[in-house]
Unconditional design. Sequence first.
Length: 398
Amino acid sequence: MLRDRRVAGLLLGDLLANVGTGMLLVAMPVQTLSLHGAVPKAIAIGLVEAAPFVLSTVLALAIGLGRVRVPPRTLLAADCVLRSLTFTALGVLAVTGALTLPVLIAGLLFGATFRLAGSSSRRLLATSAAGESGRFSVNGLLGLNTTFALYIAGPVLGGVVVATAGASLALFLDAAGALLLLAATLACVPQPARTPDRPAGSGWRILRRRPVAARLLVVEFFFNFLYMPIEVALPLYVSGTLHAGASGLGLLWGALGVGAFAGAALVNQLRTLPQKPLLVAIIGLWALCPIGLALVGDLTAALVVFALGGLVYAPFTPVAYSFLQSGLAPGEQQQVVTLWTTGSTVAAPLGLALGGPLIELTGSTGGLVLSGALTLLLLPIAARAVLGRTPEGDLQCA
């Protein structure tokens, strides 16, 4: 796949943009804690983490339901431009001391309008360039990109940047990453051919023809929903239980990324395994990760636990998307993939909104245990939904 210049260029841009985003995993909580004022820490972190999903969910749902038609190339370019402008402005405000918590939340709210649509567009552009035969491999490479950049290089660099230069520099670097992805998109993705307007089908109507895929979307929603309190708990867990600072948080996210990188590298070897049982097994194994974190009080042990969590979780997204896309016609890809991305990702702001009060009530370790325990309770539901009787239309993807 990497011999194709279009695919390789787009994947490189995706990698560099994700490094900038990964730096924010460390920088954003640190920036938030310096601004929270009278707002409880966990609530402030939850609000900042949830803000980017609100307007982006509205737009992505409109695309997924067939009410808005915009070419994926245009959506991705718009996301890059708006993201670079927003984070540059936030960085300037942070450097000058004018950044406040409400301004940060508002900037993330409006600056991420194209976030979900842009994310699904990256996948659509890369997999369409690779063709049907290369779809599984490209989904695996996208997963490899995400895990390496978002959870290894990004957090480690973010920890170093925050510790040496402050969180504001990470905002500028994320803006630069968005510009690099914009350049890759414009250079590697040709302008779409003009076609006569015709009614766009609803992504949900198309998805309903494959009941297992529709039920899997519901399962993934709750899987992501129950994960999100971990993102609120982690900065407090690192500073409280582990007695470490920004570098410790960066190392912890980096450990998740190292494990996820190994897991993502194995995705192509998993293509011969039954996909549905594999997805259910990943849910059960991941549930043990936050529980394990809550049981250790040492940074080294926590790094090992989070690395193992990344190892088992990494194949989930590429396998799930390959399962989904394999039964879709080219004209159905954008609506369904965007709807799927939105449905799975909309769990994030809801989980974060719950995570703030939950962590404030139970503490960081209590929240980690609760997240893992509830995910374990999801396991039999997931098994029934995904491994139940398979309609004829889903046999090809079982």
